[in-house]
Ligand binder design. Structure first.
Ligand code: ATP
Ligand code: MG
Length: 331
């Protein structure tokens, strides 16, 4: 088997908790929260893995840790076989791992022209820049923008155009992996498709691996090979996209999908309402952390944390009583 482009094993990312003077005497594990609480996954060459989950589930935090913008507190991560968890040369890593940030316009420096923005990755990595304007034109063209955009500034771009500049920057160094955080957020449906096609094109041609973070479950089937569902910083289900959409094993996945009727292969599937709110990271429920919101919870769910194990289909789920048939109900 070929080596994964990205390999994560039990990756934990913590944020400090402000506690005042009392906090100084608190046990060490209470001075921080785990926004990513032990994530294990692989992304293969040419593969697109989508990460979904409600706001605050740790998706962006995970991407930022993979890209070195946040430290990995524990666990192990490898990119193309090189460890990321023990102080790699992040500039060298980022030469081959591009990040598209959640906010398309805000992530572009406002004082730089589009020409300079698309050349910036080359400058950061010390690549030759003989025919700079020609190179910038070619890089822009990869994202479907003509040379008339070279002289524009970010505030003169629409959301879709800013996204395209983000795609051009991401593709410009021919990366092995793109981390795309909500690449279609805030865009019209027609433009969403165009942005995703741009990313897809390179996956077919160059074996580009993509980790795409999205709230937009409707785009999943068109872009993702596999999907990982996150809840409170953990993966609760992961598997091939068709298998997960057709027969989600975790009640949380079923609830997310049932809120998107277009995704439901059988429109008859009843909408599963999630009870209550997502708990805070400081008061994680006992046992299965989803149990207070789960309509299928049984007493033992409050006692024992489920492991992510193979379920009936081809997916893995962290649930003591996974759903086993395709209408989201109990066997
Ligand atoms: N800089 C920070 N300091 C402290 N806590 C943070 C910080 N950034 C994120 N968090 C917390 O970490 C958790 C995960 O946040 P994250 O932004 O990764 O979620 P997300 O899944 O990307 O959400 P969204 O879908 O809204 O983008 C949240 O509880 C959030 O409040
Ligand atoms: Mg986010």
């Amino acid at each position: 088997m070929t080596e994964p482009v990205l390999r994560l094993r039990d990756v934990v990312v913590r944020f400090p908790v402000a506690q005042g003077i009392v906090g100084l005497f608190a046990p060490k594990d209470q001075r921080s929260v785990q926004a990513v609480a032990g994530v294990t996954l692989d992304v293969m060459r040419g593969e697109t893995l989508a990460i979904v989950g409600e706001s605050g589930s740790g998706k962006t935090t995970l991407a930022r840790a993979i890209n070195g913008l946040l430290p990995i507190a524990s666990g192990e991560a490898w990119f193309r076989g090189n460890p990321l968890h023990n102080g790699p040369d992040w500039t060298a890593v980022r030469r081959e791992m591009a990040m598209m940030f959640q906010d398309p316009v805000g992530s572009l420096s406002p004082r730089k022209s589009v020409r300079d923005l698309v050349l910036e990755p080359r400058i950061i990595h010390g690549l030759p820049l003989e025919n700079a304007t020609e190179t910038a034109t070619q890089v822009l063209a990869m994202a479907g923008l003509g040379p008339q955009f070279l002289a524009r500034y970010p505030h003169e771009l629409s959301g879709g155009q800013a996204r395209r500049v983000g795609v051009a920057r991401a593709l410009s160094l021919n990366p092995a992996l793109i981390l795309a955080d909500e690449p279609t957020a805030g865009l019209d449906v027609s433009i969403q498709g165009e942005i995703l096609n741009l990313l897809n094109r390179n996956r077919v041609r160059d074996g580009l691996a993509t980790l795409i973070i999205t709230h937009n479950l409707n785009i999943l089937r068109h872009v993702a090979d596999r999907v990982a569902v996150m809840y409170l910083g953990r993966i609760v289900e992961i598997g091939p996209i068709e298998a997960v959409l057709a027969a989600p094993a975790h009640p949380y996945t079923a609830a997310l999908l049932s809120a998107n009727p277009e995704l439901d292969p059988r429109a008859r599937r009843a909408r599963i309402r999630l009870r209550g709110e997502t708990p805070g990271l400081r008061d994680r429920p006992s046992g299965c952390e989803f149990h207070p919101r789960c309509s299928h919870a049984r007493p033992e769910c409050a006692q024992r944390a489920p492991l992510l194990v193979p379920s009936a289909g081809s997916t893995h789920a962290a649930c003591h009583f996974p759903l086993q048939n395709d209408n989201g109900s109990r066997p």
